[in-house]
Design a protein. Sequence first.
Length: 338
Amino acid sequence: MRIMIEYESSWRNSFLDGSNNEPLPKAGRKFIASMTNLKKPENFKKRDISIDTVMGVLNRLIGDQRKLYQARNATDYFFREIEPLVTFNDDVKVVNNEMTYIRNITGSTDQNSYTGMIKVKDPIFLSDYSREFWGVLALDIEQLCQFIIQQTEVTATTTADPLNIIGKLEELNKLKPIESKDNVQSAFNILQTKFEKFKGVNNKGLVLPISLYCSALYLQLELLSRKYDMSSAKTKAGGISGISNNGFTKKDFMSRYTSGDKKKIWGNPYIFEEYVKGEGKNKQLMTKASGKLEIVLNVSRDKAKEIKSLIENAGVSSFYLGKKGLAYVKDIKTREEL
């Protein structure tokens, strides 16, 4: 028995973790196609037609709308004895790589945006300690290391307002990693001893300047506590809003100093970027395929006629093939396969 299916624009990527062959978690399968998640290679999932896809289609065609794992586990699974006799050939005619904007309804927030009016008069920017506290960000890397080692008064200044501070942090975040030697190594060792959460290095063992600056702010917070009331500079947990010992998050920093909520993300382009040696940056987009799927069931003529009758009675005119796209049955032949 042969079933010929034609399909258009079948999506060949997956946006969820887990598998359709498993019971759904209580909270559902996790969405892994946000811009942040797509920075990890394992979250850019390519999908081809598999035997599971084919069995899902066959069950759908005869009117069984259960999940495949549910149908397989049921005592009345129609294809229990037939499934080992099923083969298929996916004849892809056209492949398009398209920029696709996909919906994200998980309630994720934008890492680099904020909403509402900016609170430039927050005490952390207008208090007696503000100049010395934020002045740490105005030091160059050598001055910063000297400050960490000697813990002297900071005389450098920078404009103390939310936009300037976050701009300064973003600028410092662009500094290239440096070797751990001389004063840099001494400063690194001091911070590593003082702050348990401080990491400060990349996977090559180079020191990350942004981590030094952020932990230096925590060091300055402690030093200034000896002569100022620093309670207005701290969160309820005792930290600095949006800033950790290793870096910062713009949305968390600005959330405290704006009148609005964090900006929610309702969708994003589906794109994965990776660096390929010798080629540079490589962009991968959504794959959409069109073609023909031939399903062969090595069954008797009578069983083939029964399956054809079930398909005709179910009256499924069109359906998804895998994820999205449009598919329909082009032809059914009930002759036995040799």
